[in-house]
Design a protein around this ligand. Structure first.
Ligand code: GLP
Length: 245
């Protein structure tokens, strides 16, 4: 795992947006995996700024988002799809047919998960997967468990994750869906490159456990150690528990 520590979340976002612009310039047909959450918001702001400055062109780019709440679709303002529209897709030129999303309202959720796996494969796999980090160590919605599901699947959310997501639902935990659809841990690990983002003191404990190991399904992000091209981009606040020297 290559670790990069930045002075602030904005500095991290500034650098990552430029790194992504470089990748898109080198490979216009880049397939990008994207997360939701507060952490990537500065990154999306920077990408929109680069697009407005004509320094990035997403016209050939395909995106796959990591996850979606079960029962929510593009029309629901609390859906991750709506979040992505607000923060990125409404402001840049990714053609809508190249924006791939799990449909939390699909009549057959299992078939929807299989469709997503096939869609990723048809596009030749994910070139760069950007990840956030749940405070309990989840990636996407792969929650800590005795065993993890490999492929895209419907999953039950832990009470901690429902509480953490209540902010998107007027702070009403009872409104947060009990299930979600998510890329599986193998779906994520098949990406060619992975950049995991974590910022703020709230993530410091989890970041240290992820980096120091052990590798365990009880901390799904620790599985990233087995991937040959993972970078962990964090700010100083999230790095405070890492041993120095
Ligand atoms: C949700 C998402 C994750 C995300 C996590 C962290 O649970 N499913 O993909 O990484 O939140 O969110 P935040 O960046 O707001 O801390």
């Amino acid at each position: 795992m290559r670790i990069r520590i930045f002075g602030s979340p904005d500095q991290l976002a500034h650098a990552l947006a430029r790194s992504i612009a470089g990748r898109v310039a080198a490979n216009a047909g880049l397939v990008l995996g994207l997360p939701t959450g507060d952490t990537p918001v500065p990154l999306y702001r920077e990408l929109v700024a680069l697009y407005r400055a004509r320094r990035i062109d997403f016209s050939q780019t395909t995106t796959f988002n990591l996850d979606e709440f079960d029962g929510l679709g593009a029309g629901d303002s609390c859906s991750y799809r709506a979040f992505m529209q607000r923060h990125l897709f409404d402001h840049v030129n990714v053609p809508s047919r190249q924006i791939q999303f799990l449909d939390g309202r699909a009549a057959d959720r299992a078939a929807e998960c299989e469709r997503y796996e096939r869609a990723i494969q048809r596009r030749g796999g994910i070139d760069l997967q950007v990840l956030g980090l749940g405070a309990n160590g989840h990636v996407g919605f792969n929650e800590p468990a005795v065993a993890l599901t490999a492929a895209t699947h419907r999953t039950r959310l832990t009470p901690a994750t429902r509480r953490a997501n209540a902010r998107w639902f007027g702070n009403q935990v009872s409104e947060v869906p009990r299930h979600a659809l998510s890329m599986g841990i193998a779906t994520i690990l098949h990406s060619r490159h992975i950049v995991l983002l974590a910022t703020g003191a709230r993530k410091a404990g989890c970041v240290a456990r992820m980096i120091n190991g052990p590798i365990t399904t009880r901390l799904p992000a620790s599985l990233l150690h087995v991937h040959p091209a993972v970078e962990v981009w964090i700010d100083r606040a999230a790095a405070v528990n890492l041993s120095r020297g």
